[in-house]
Design a protein around this ligand. Sequence first.
Ligand SMILES: NC(=O)c1ccc[n+]([C@@H]2O[C@H](COP(=O)([O-])OP(=O)(O)OC[C@H]3O[C@@H](n4cnc5c(N)ncnc54)[C@H](OP(=O)(O)O)[C@@H]3O)[C@@H](O)[C@H]2O)c1
Length: 257
Amino acid sequence: MSIKNLFDLSSKTALVTGGGQGIGRAIALALAEYGANIIINYRSNAVLAEETARLVRAYGVQCWLWPLDLIEDNITEKFNEFISANNCKVDILIANASVQFRKPWNEVTSDEFAAQINVNLRSTLNLIQGVVPYMKEQKWGRILNIGSVQQTSPHKDMCIYAASKSGLVNLVKNLAVQLAPFGINVNNLAPGVISTARNETALANPEYRKTVLQKIPLGHAGHPIDCAALSLLLSSDAGRYITGGDFYVDGGMSLFN
Ligand SMILES: NC(=O)c1ccc[n+]([C@@H]2O[C@H](COP(=O)([O-])OP(=O)(O)OC[C@H]3O[C@@H](n4cnc5c(N)ncnc54)[C@H](OP(=O)(O)O)[C@@H]3O)[C@@H](O)[C@H]2O)c1
């Protein structure tokens, strides 16, 4: 048995939410490099999503763009409409998009609470409800949620975001048990500090940066490709005996939890 072949994703299609930039883009490119067709969901930045699509297609695979704000209602129905309009399918779901509001717990508004729970947690469930029927038919599927070190490690200015990520870990473990009989593996990948647009401003503050880097045994922030490498394993047959897992890509940061 060739290990290399186990990573082959030819004939598979992956939906990557928030695939226009950052970690989502890196995952989309990694899966495309190994042969997967890619559906990129994004919220508003069409320019970045188009650029990801261009890079994906350079690997000789198909790429569809799916502009949709995941805060909306009826995500499962909208997913089904997109799939039938484009005559495609989803073998691999990467639930990567999330929103976060940095502010103290006692200043969080109802709208900010709802946005973080609805985008991060509810839309992930709704997309899983959309992709699982086809995966069951194929007796093959991969669902990978992108969590965060904050799912277990409190950050004083992001408690609702952290709570949504914590809820996702429980959802992943629950569904891993329920979907295992159908050949569907469900895992969680928790990044630590990865250099993306999301934390660019915060990390540009030298004091904040120093405090954060002191918490990382490897001593530096990660690159989105560090998350993409593990995502490839968990999205392919190479990860076929891994389900219900919760994996940190954090330079050792979670060791201090
Ligand atoms: N970067 C880190 O250090 C870090 C650490 C821990 C966990 N994470 C997690 O890793 C994942 C990716 O983070 P990132 O740093 O790569 O983020 P990012 O650079 O901020 O990119 C976020 C992506 O998500 C999309 N998005 C945001 N809200 C959306 C919505 N309501 N509907 C649809 N798409 C939406 C954005 O689309 P538009 O560009 O179109 O708005 C964008 O493409 C997130 O789940 C995040 O919580 C990141």
